[in-house]
Design a protein around this ligand. Structure first.
Ligand code: ATP
Length: 268
């Protein structure tokens, strides 16, 4: 129904400064998604077609959704988050129609970032019993993608996958998802940047050494680091309530928290 369709529509208040690390991915998004929106005449003059989508590929929790949302905030666009496996269940039997309505909504809301999470689930659908239905849905998706390119300025398409090899090769044609960007687990400098973002605006000790925390968190994703900061902040809050005043987050709380959270990206 309408509500299910509109549930994912947001106006994000975050931008690239709220995303730690991921510099190469941000640059790719600027070139491929943001600049064509900001300088359409220039792109036209040089015969560079705007549009097409960007496919983000990498392990869960490394900021793909966060970055997509921040991309919308960066250009003050609306944001529609679409979890493919959720909607396939929800849209049972009328997926093509619903998918079309979703793109229509994005066109109406332009500028709009349309973000497809787990986009490989579309292709996985092909192998199930309703094989022909899956094929139709993929074709509909491709048609909408092409439509979004020609007739829909201001619809910025991002998708995320943990398994790009499941994706139908037709997705990869020029003007569709012709660019795949690898989103790796954050390296040490990126972990410093992420911790910095996560602690921003909170009372922290003057002598915090985030480089040291980053050194203790090899293999941690952005989401894992968020869990570390949340844990440290919670213990600090408990202490503060006892003390009756806001105590700053100490190095020791962060170090203790790193031992309570498991790194989730080891195998990557
Ligand atoms: P999935 O692949 O499962 O969609 P993801 O890669 O999209 O995961 P997010 O959901 O974006 O991961 O990350 C989870 C949370 O971790 C975010 O809401 C954000 O708070 C934090 N986070 C992750 N990466 C970063 C980052 N680079 N900078 C700041 N915060 C981050």
């Amino acid at each position: 129904d309408e509500r299910a369709l509109f549930a994912g529509l947001e106006k994000p208040q975050i931008n690239f400064s709220d995303v730690g690390g991921m510099d190469a991915v941000k640059e790719e998004i600027r070139l491929k998604i943001i600049h064509p929106l900001q300088f359409p005449d220039l792109y036209k003059a040089y015969g560079k077609a705007a549009g097409g989508g960007l496919l983000l590929y990498g392990p869960p929790g490394c900021g793909k959704t966060h970055l997509a949302r921040a991309t919308a905030g960066e250009v003050q666009a609306s944001f529609i988050h679409v979890g493919i496996s959720d909607i396939l269940d929800m849209w049972m039997g009328q997926s093509e129609k619903k998918l079309h309505e979703l793109f229509e909504l994005a066109r109406m809301q332009a500028p709009c970032v349309l973000f497809f999470d787990e986009v490989d689930a579309l292709a996985a659908n092909r192998h199930d019993l309703r094989q022909s239905a899956g094929r139709t849905l993929i074709n509909q998706f491709l048609e909408e993608l092409d439509g979004a390119r020609s007739s829909n300025d201001g619809v910025l398409i991002l998708a995320a996958t943990n398994a790009p090899w499941h994706l139908d090769p037709a997705f990869r044609r020029p003007g569709r998802f012709d660019r795949i960007v690898l989103v790796t687990p954050p390296d040490e400098p990126a972990r410093v940047a992420i911790l910095d973002v996560l602690l921003r605006g909170k009372p922290v000790a003057d002598n915090l050494n985030l480089a040291s925390v980053a050194g203790q968190t090899a293999g941690f994703s952005g989401a894992d680091l968020k869990a570390v900061v949340d844990t440290a902040v919670e213990s600090c809050l408990r202490e503060s309530m006892k003390a009756g005043k806001a105590l700053p987050v100490q190095q020791s709380s962060l170090t203790a928290a790193t031992k309570q959270v498991r790194p989730s990206t080891k195998e990557w």
